[in-house]
Design a protein around this ligand. Structure first.
Ligand SMILES: Nc1ncnc2c1ncn2[C@@H]1O[C@H](COP(=O)(O)OP(=O)(O)OP(=O)(O)O)[C@@H](O)[C@H]1O
Ligand SMILES: C[C@@](O)(CCOP(=O)(O)O)CC(=O)O
Length: 218
C-alpha cells in the first residue's frame, strides 16, 4: 500500500461502475455536490491513465477527461494501452489514482471533517478487488445502469472492440453490488435513489468525527 505510514483513511469508499453514458460522472458529481467537495473527493482511475496517454501521444488531456466525442476516438487505443500496464500490474492505476489525490479526507489534520472517496469508474474485477482489499470495511460497490436507448440519447453508439470488451463488460457478472442506481427518466428520481447512500455517508461522517481510522499496510 502506498499511503504514508500512519495515513488516515476515509470512512467510506464508494466504488462506482457502469456502462458508457450510463451517467457515472453525472451521478458521482451529484453525490459530491450534496456532500461538499471539502469532505468528499472524486477519484478517476482513468485519470492517471489519460494523463500519461495524452503526454505520450501529444493529445488534449482536457478533452480526454471530458464527455464529448474526442475521447471516443481514442478509447479503443487507450484501453489497449492501459491493458498492457494492467497485465503486468493490475493495481497500477488504482495505486496511481489514490496516490495523486489531494482531497482533505486523506490528510490527517482534516480527517475529522472527512467522509470518504468516490471512485467514479471501476471497470474490472481487479479494480474492485484492489479497493476491497485495501479498504475492506469502507468499500461499497455501486452500479449505475441505464437502458441502451437512454445511453444512445446521451451520445452512445455500439463500438465493437469497446462495448464487447472487458473495459465495458468486466463487471457484467460475478459481482455482488451493494447498490444499484437506475439513471433513467422514468426511474425514481436520482435524489430519492441516492438517499440511502448519502445517509451512509452522513453516518460515516459522524463516526469519523468521533474517531479516526488507519489502514494496515501490505
Ligand atoms: N440523469 C441525467 N440527467 C441529465 N443528463 C444526464 C443524466 N445522466 C447523465 N446525463 C448526461 O449524459 C452524458 C453522459 O453522462 P456521463 O458522462 O455522466 O456518463 P459516464 O457513464 O460517465 O460516461 P463515460 O463512461 O463515457 O465517461 C453527460 O452529458 C451527462 O450530463
Ligand atoms: C481507457 C479507459 O480508462 C477510458 C475511460 O474513460 P471514461 O471513464 O469513459 O471517461 C477505459 C479503460 O481503462 O478500460
Amino acid at each position: 500500500m502506498d499511503l504514508p505510514e500512519g495515513s488516515e483513511v476515509p470512512e467510506l469508499v464508494l466504488v462506482f461502475s457502469g456502462k458508457r453514458k450510463s451517467g457515472k460522472d453525472f451521478v458521482t458529481d451529484r453525490i459530491q455536490r450534496r456532500l461538499g467537495s471539502e469532505v468528499c473527493g472524486i477519484l478517476r482511475l482513468s485519470g492517471p491513465l489519460k494523463q500519461q496517454y495524452a503526454q505520450e501521444h501529444g493529445l488534449d488531456l482536457d478533452q480526454l477527461l471530458g464527455s464529448g466525442p474526442y475521447k471516443e476516438r481514442y478509447r479503443a487505443d487507450m484501453i489497449h494501452w492501459g491493458e498492457t500496464r494492467r497485465l503486468q500490474d493490475p493495481g497500477f492505476f488504482c495505486r496511481l489514482a489514490t496516490r495523486g489525490i489531494r482531497q482533505p479526507v486523506w490528510s490527517a489534520d482534516l480527517i475529522c471533517y472527512g467522509i470518504g472517496q468516490v471512485v467514479s469508474d471501476a471497470r474490472r474485477l481487479s479494480d474492485l478487488q484492489w479497493f476491497r482489499s485495501k479498504f475492506p470495511r469502507q468499500t461499497q460497490c455501486v452500479r449505475v445502469q441505464s437502458s441502451e436507448e437512454t445511453r444512445m440519447q446521451r451520445g452512445w453508439s455500439f463500438t465493437a472492440g469497446v462495448d464487447d470488451a472487458e473495459s465495458e463488460c468486466g463487471l457484467d457478472s460475478g459481482v455482488q453490488f451493494d447498490w444499484i442506481i437506475t439513471n433513467e427518466g422514468d426511474a425514481p428520481s436520482l435524489d430519492e435513489q441516492l438517499q440511502p447512500i448519502l445517509k451512509l455517508a452522513e453516518e460515516a461522517s459522524s463516526s469519523s468525527s468521533s474517531s479516526s481510522s488507519s489502514i494496515s499496510r501490505s
